[in-house]
Design a protein around this ligand. Sequence first.
Ligand code: PRP
Ligand code: URA
Length: 210
Amino acid sequence: MNNQVTVLDHPLIQHKLSFLRDKNTGSKMFRELVSEVSMLMCYEAMRDLPLEEIEIETPVAKTKTNVLAGRKLAFVPILRAGNGMLDAMLKMVPAAKVGHIGLYRDEKTLKPVEYYKKLPLDINERDVFVLDPMLATGGSAVDAISIIKQSNPKSIKFLCIVAAPHGIRVLTEEHPDVQVFCAAKDKGLNERSYIIPGLGDAGDRIFGTM
Ligand code: PRP
Ligand code: URA
């Protein structure tokens, strides 16, 4: 796989992903697991955030120490399922601003349909993390990122939990400047473009709308 795509195969992430995949996992636990996996993914996807040195005083001595170098971030979940990842990201970076893109996959055409967009006004000064647990055909991710790019953000990273090879190919071809992070690259898609083995319909499982 090219270095535009990182599979986060940390044992804790893989362990939690197994329970996300299990059809017997109910909505409450599913939401908690999506949050926990997102927090671990956030930690990995932010490895390259720049630091700056400051001077502080501990109770014992003066010292130089590192803090984040004032990078402005924005999180943009793709509704609905991306919202399941948002709280965990905000726990890690409470100062981030949040935008939303509403897209759903038309069940017949499988093409994404846009129904909502609200982005931070200063998104052009921000590094953006787009959140969606599922990257299947790639249509939703490609469209959401194209919409965000119209506002000229500084950079875009895409975080998903399960990715299909097809979606990865489409997304990296359409947006070669976007780093992609996933917890698993699955086998493929079924005839309804669900990821196999996947975890089913992420939005339905998060919100209990099955
Ligand atoms: C799911 C998922 C992605 C999209 C992925 O959303 O959360 O947004 O499908 O599929 P794609 O890569 O083939 O575009 P869905 O359309 O089911 O909407 P929902 O989150 O509102 O349920
Ligand atoms: N959207 C989902 O929620 N799951 C899939 O497997 C594919 C698209």
